[in-house]
Design a protein around this ligand. Structure first.
Ligand code: MN
Length: 135
């Protein structure tokens, strides 16, 4: 993957302190949905969380993987990911590539909740999920 971070003229580049190596650009907001572009540096990740609202994601650049509830899948450009209500989810960039993706959310939405110890034990019971979370 060559080239730098995808940018849009006039769109502020925000850092997302809940993630690692994670930036956010809000492309559309204030109507029924918000459309955001997130980019993760190599080895970056989004916070592991769940919430009542859904995500509709399309990968635009780079490479990585995501966890949605109990399923881990690799990600490449044009891949589509739907995150259902209350599914645990996390996106991770590959060690040697960034991961950039659009994420569409309802404009009115609840805040993300982090897992508690019991949630982590249950998630890590799957070897694939445990590998993903320690990657
Ligand atoms: Mn989320």
């Amino acid at each position: 993957m060559s080239g730098g971070l995808l940018r849009w003229p006039g769109v502020e580049l925000l850092t997302e302190p809940r993630g690692r190596g994670m930036t956010k650009q809000v492309l559309f907001a204030g109507a029924d949905v918000d459309v955001r572009y997130f980019e993760l540096e190599p080895s970056g990740w989004t916070p592991l969380e769940h919430h009542g609202h859904t995500h509709r994601v399309m990968v635009l650049r780079g490479r990585g993987a995501c966890l949605v509830e109990d399923t881990v899948r690799p990600l490449a450009p044009q891949d589509l990911v739907f995150v259902p209500s209350w599914a645990w989810h996390q996106f991770r960039a590959a060690a040697d590539a960034p991961l950039g993706f659009l994420c569409i959310v309802p404009a009115e939405r609840d805040a993300g909740l982090a897992p508690g110890p019991a949630d982590l034990v249950r998630l890590r019971a799957s070897p694939a999920v445990a590998d993903f979370l320690s990657s």
